[in-house]
Design a protein around this ligand. Structure first.
Ligand SMILES: C[S@@+](CC[C@H](N)C(=O)[O-])C[C@H]1O[C@@H](n2cnc3c(N)ncnc32)[C@H](O)[C@@H]1O
Length: 217
């Protein structure tokens, strides 16, 4: 298990923190449906347009190199949304099998054409896959959307279905200002804490994989 930022190439989001979208419970309720408003509505309700722009290409390469992904390997992305990372992994590793899972029917029906047949609807807490069936399992900015007990279950599921690499990235902070910014920004997250708190949660879940933090400045 190691703390490693495999999204270091990913552009830092420009977030209008001052608007304090977390103050509006209606927006949170809409966002938590993970429907059209969350992905392709306004910035105050979610992504403000979740579109492919190539930013996952470098992340896919980093995952490939770090975990030694190659022909014949299988990768699962939990919370794959429209499958951008899966698409770039397929492009970057010949012969790789990719599978995506997401709770959102909207995201999956709007997944990129080449990965749409490879994604399934479901929840991170009960993965419909066999034990040790993936060489790498990733969950990027997904698990903090579950409450604490569900988060622990989901980490257990990652342990169960992986026979190799595991990588999760979740909301956290290194200082009070970042914590304050996150509190104003968050819409959908139910579990968030400082790195030490996450490490305790990982230990409770028996999670043995790698991890890093999404920091809101
Ligand atoms: C912040 S988005 C991250 C999407 C993508 N991984 C990325 O980093 O761009 C969170 C994703 O998790 C999905 N999600 C939320 N709760 C989930 C659950 N219980 N099981 C699986 N997916 C879930 C949402 O539908 C959404 O696609």
């Amino acid at each position: 298990m190691s703390e490693i930022n495999l999204l270091d190439s990913y552009p830092r989001a420009k977030r209008p923190i001052a608007a304090n979208r977390a103050a509006d419970r209606r927006q949170q309720a809409v966002a938590r449906q993970f429907g059209p408003e969350y992905f392709d509505g306004t910035r105050m309700q979610g992504y403000g347009g979740y579109r492919y722009d190539g930013r996952w290409v470098a992340v896919a390469r980093r995952l490939r190199d770090h975990y030694g992904l190659r022909d014949g390997h299988r990768v699962l992305d939990i919370g794959c949304a429209k499958g951008f990372l899966l698409h770039d992994l397929r492009q970057g590793v010949r012969g790789l099998t990719v599978v995506g899972l997401d709770i959102s029917p909207y995201a999956l029906t709007h997944a990129m054409d080449d990965v749409r047949p490879l994604v399934v609807q479901g929840t991170a807490q009960a993965l419909p896959f066999c034990d040790r069936s993936f060489d790498l399992v990733v969950a990027i900015n997904t698990l903090h959307n579950l409450d604490r007990p569900a988060c622990i279950e989901a980490l257990g599921e990652i342990e169960r279905v992986s026979r190799g690499g595991r990588y999760v990235q979740v909301d956290s902070w290194f200082n009070d200002q970042q914590r304050e910014s996150l509190m104003k920004w968050l819409l959908t997250a139910l579990t968030f804490c400082e790195p030490e708190g996450w490490r305790r949660l990982f230990a409770e879940a028996g999670y043995t994989g790698d991890y890093y933090w999404t920091i809101t400045d």
